[in-house]
Ligand binder design. Structure first.
Ligand SMILES: *Cc1c(COP(=O)(O)O)cnc(C)c1O
Length: 352
């Protein structure tokens, strides 16, 4: 051990899903959208002179566009480099209490990483035996609340009344709802931000808008919360959003038709795939996301994971209590999922 090591900020980092180099694989491990982004941006010609200058620190072009799209005013929107950036910034800004923040024991595995890194006390609240969030667990003293809706990796959605109860009963805490997957059939909590000053709704372009590579996420809340977020951002890095992201991100918002058709296709494929694998002995949690969380009655998840990988199909596996016999399977195209069903039936239904 070096003598300076005791003063280092050591963290156990978040481990993202694998990004294999091979191209002829079926990649269902990181919840990317199988369809490309709106074709509008493929034909855009970018004037490169803008790269010489710093980007707009307010990210105004995109903030204004998103505000208009959601029927909000521009001072109710904050954008960042993926929702991971928006969430990390929100942890820093809003979770500043000595009391523990609360989130589910089975959820997005970045939450405890940020809490550890920022030295925020936290207490995980166990999901019930059917992997549902227990509302009452979020009615005790706390320094803040966060969970995804639908939750990840379960895919299970709670309704708006459930969220409203939690927000209403925690007037001195900030409640963050991470809506990374809300566009795949969920109902957003967004209307509640006008009624409650302690609610933040966070979205991303990475899943439903097929732009994980661009890195755009945003938060929506009342103007006071957005101002606090911006104060922290400007004290940390004024230029989080690069100009190409601002331009392409703004353009994509205009293609509502494409957005609806792509999310609709993913939803249809999810339902079809769920039915097919249930018939081969899988338990599939009811998902409103672009993935399903599934466990087989006889074949261990780890074995399915490895056999599928040897066939070039990637799923996500979490070696964690209660979920280590489950696989998180991103919904790909119909063609991809048909192949997956074929391969799974050989592994899980073969009578040998
Ligand atoms: C994917 C994901 C995010 C982060 O997405 P970005 O690519 O950083 O926008 C945030 N929360 C949950 C629950 C996710 O699954």
């Amino acid at each position: 051990m070096y003598s300076w090591e005791k003063n280092i900020r050591t963290v156990e980092p978040y481990v993202p899903g694998e990004q294999p180099k091979e191209t002829n694989i079926i990649k269902l491990n990181t919840n990317e959208n199988p369809y490309g982004p709106s074709p509008r941006i493929a034909s855009m010609k970018l004037d490169t002179d803008f790269l010489r200058k710093y980007p707009d620190p307010r990210a105004g072009m995109l903030v204004d566009k998103l505000a208009e799209y959601h029927g909000l005013s521009s001072d109710q929107v904050f954008v960042g480099v993926g929702s991971d950036d928006v969430l990390a910034m929100s942890f820093m800004t809003f979770f500043n209490s000595d009391k523990p923040i609360l989130f589910p024991d089975i959820t997005y595995s970045f939450y405890d990483v940020w809490a550890e890194m920022l030295r925020i006390p936290y207490e995980k609240q166990p999901l019930d035996e059917n992997f549902n969030i227990v509302k009452e667990d979020y009615m005790k003293e706390n320094g803040g609340i966060i969970f995804p809706n639908p939750n990840a990796p379960t895919g299970i959605l709670v309704d708006t009344d459930f969220i409203e109860d939690i927000v209403k009963n925690n007037p001195s805490s900030i409640v963050i709802i991470d809506e990374a997957y809300i566009d795949f059939g969920g109902t957003t909590a967004l209307p509640l931000i006008d009624k409650y000053d302690n609610l933040i709704v966070v979205r991303t372009f990475s899943k439903s808008r097929s732009m994980a590579g661009l890195r755009i996420g945003y938060a929506m809340a009342n103007p006071v919360l957005i101002k606090y977020l911006n104060d922290v951002k400007y004290s940390y890095n004024s230029y989080t959003m690069n100009t190409p992201s601002l331009i392409l991100g703004s353009e994509i918002i205009d293609d509502e038709e494409y957005f609806r058709s792509v999310t609709g296709k993913v939803i249809n494929t999810r339902e079809r795939f769920t039915k097919a694998i249930k018939e081969m002995g899988f338990t599939v949690l009811p998902s409103k996301a672009n993935f399903v969380f599934a466990s087989h009655s006889t074949v261990p998840a780890k074995e399915i994971l490895e056999k599928m990988k040897s066939q070039g199909v990637y799923f996500r596996y979490f070696n964690a209590p209660r979920i280590d016999n489950y696989l998180r399977i991103t919904i790909g195209t119909d063609e991809e999922m048909d192949k997956v069903v074929g391969l799974l039936s050989k592994i899980c239904c073969a009578t040998n």
